[in-house]
Design a protein around this ligand. Structure first.
Ligand code: 5CA
Length: 136
């Protein structure tokens, strides 16, 4: 785990602090699919296509509000980790993350990140890998 006083709240902030490619940053985005919170792990270089997440989840999705993010994961926006959530949350993972040898994800705080092999991230999060980005 690495902590950066300048903050790692956004993917760009995190990449700048770490000195890595923004594509190696894991965004942990919380959506509500029907009534169930789900997490989409998306490369910092990509924009999530909500229709693709709907296809993967099999339900209509909408962005979760800050309160729902906190209740479902136990963490606040900007620090949501990709696993270790307070409740059982299905996880979907952007296939592009697997192209990197290591990626960096939020470690529960808006100033902390950890490094992980994306295959290991997939295992630990129990993620379903899918094409989630806009324009792929
Ligand atoms: N620590 C960084 C890099 S690991 C991080 O957590 N990035 S993130 O992308 O996973 O988290 C920020 C994301 O939270 C934004 O991309 C945005 O999709 C979402 N977000 C920001 N503000 C809100 C809000 N008010 N309501 C719902 N979602 C929000």
């Amino acid at each position: 785990m690495k902590q950066f006083p300048a903050g790692t709240r956004t993917a760009v902030d995190a990449a700048n602090a770490i000195g890595c490619d923004v594509g190696q940053i894991v965004k942990s985005l919380v959506f509500v699919a029907a009534d169930r919170p789900v997490v989409a792990l998306v490369s910092g270089a990509n924009r999530l296509d909500e229709r693709r997440l709907e296809l993967a989840a099999g339900q209509p999705v909408r962005k979760a509000g800050a309160e729902v993010v906190r209740a479902a994961t136990g963490y606040s926006i900007g620090g949501v980790p990709p696993f270790g959530h307070a409740t059982e949350v299905p996880v979907f993972m952007d296939r592009d993350l697997l192209a990197h040898s290591v990626v960096w994800a939020a470690a529960g705080r808006p100033d902390s990140v950890f490094e992980i092999d994306p295959e290991r991230l997939c295992e630990l999060s129990g993620a379903v890998v899918a094409d989630l980005k806009v324009n792929s």
